[in-house]
Write a protein that binds this ligand. Structure first.
Ligand code: SAH
Length: 352
């Protein structure tokens, strides 16, 4: 049984004992469900800080971006605000406050798995509707969907190139520890068929959960109208190597140490998400670097105005601006990508 036994570690160890090694996606799904259901992980006191928790400017600029699209589409009265994994509900507060100024006051739909975070969100947005999955989202109007740091938390699979062909990476439990092992059967994952030419030992990642989710959402937006805005850390071109990571108390830890007590994430494959949205006939914009996108949306002007309005907070505003936009901080690693219905206008903030 696990050495440093969190409840989740026991559940996983018991499952592996019964069934043998499990897929990495299963391990990650169980670990993250436990992690988010138990606590509020955000902020300096928590495990990590997200952009909306750094500054109100982030959500405000997203609110302007959504309002601009909505206005140019002719103010459809039934366009719903949808957020995937809204965390504390901060981004929604800042975005919706700004949207109201433009006369856009939509109803609010949150897709959220964590009971602890649902309670936080309800305190700020008592009128919202919560959904376990995207299936139950309204089907009677355009969907304005926002996902910040959501896709990185969805389970991934890893494969390794071996002399015998492609093999799936599994998680097992040995001598009190979780470890990765390579499956000895040929991998049956069709996504990873194009592996020719990679040297032995190369790791390839996929996220079937992300792909399935975006397929569903893209189908809805193609039919109902609207947009999907995805902001996350990730890469634009197909890449190799493991991006699986875990963070606890603002420090990297092993993803296999004490599952359920750290946030497990992987970099988002924007290349593959863009292809999925395009295959569902959406128009894809970006990915752009977060810093560039925020600057195009007016973060410099907004920061100057905030600093002028409350001089005692000017240093904090400047620090937040730096953190969100500088390429050594979140400015380049984080990407912004939008997928719009073909019947909707071109969104702002992208050069394509
Ligand atoms: N968007 C927020 C929070 C990001 S953390 C912010 O930027 O601050 C990831 C969020 O996604 C959390 O709210 C978490 O509970 C939620 N989440 C993670 N996996 C999920 C899943 N499979 N289904 C629904 N929500 C999920």
């Amino acid at each position: 049984m696990p050495e440093n036994g969190s409840a989740t570690a026991w559940i996983l160890a018991e499952k592996i004992g019964r069934e043998g090694p499990i897929a990495l996606s299963e391990y990650m799904g169980i670990a993250n469900a436990a992690y988010y259901s138990a606590k509020d992980p955000f902020g300096e006191q928590g495990d990590f800080v997200t952009a909306p928790e750094i500054s109100q400017m982030f959500g405000e600029l997203i609110g302007i971006w959504l309002s601009d699209l909505w206005l140019r589409k002719g103010k459809p009265g039934d366009a719903h605000y949808v957020e995937l994994g809204p965390g504390r509900g901060t981004l929604a507060s800042d975005a919706l406050r700004t949207m109201t100024r433009f006369g856009y006051d939509p109803d609010i739909h949150f897709v959220e798995a964590s009971p602890a975070l649902r309670a936080k969100q309800a305190a700020l947005h008592p009128g919202a509707t919560w959904h376990d999955t995207v299936e139950s989202l309204p089907d009677d109007g355009p969907l304005m969907i926002v996902a910040n740091e959501f896709f990185d938390a969805l389970p991934i699979e890893q494969f390794v190139v071996t002399p015998q062909g492609l093999r799936r990476q599994m998680v097992t439990h040995e001598v009190g520890k979780f470890v990765m092992v390579t499956d000895d059967r040929e991998a049956d994952d069709p996504v990873s068929r194009a592996t020719g030419g990679f040297p032995n030992g190369t790791i390839l990642e996929t996220s079937p959960a992300s792909a399935a989710l975006l397929e569903q959402l893209s189908g809805r937006v193609a039919k109902q109208g609207g947009v999907i805005l995805i902001i996350d850390y990730g890469y634009d071109r197909p890449g190799t190597g493991s991006t699986l990571q875990a963070v606890k108390n603002h420090k990297p830890v092993s993803p296999f140490d004490s599952p359920g007590t750290a946030d497990l994430t992987a970099h988002v494959n924007f290349h593959s998400l863009a292809n999925i949205a395009r295959s569902r006939l959406l128009s894809v914009h970006g990915p752009a670097e977060q810093g560039q996108w925020l600057k195009t949306m007016g973060i410099d002007q907004r920061a100057a105005k905030l600093a002028l309005a409350s001089p005692t907070k000017a240093d904090a505003v400047r620090a937040a601006h730096h953190r969100l936009t500088n390429s050594e901080e979140m400015g380049s690693l984080f990407r912004v990508m939008a997928a719009t219905s073909l019947e909707w206008p071109q969104p702002e903030g992208f050069s394509d």
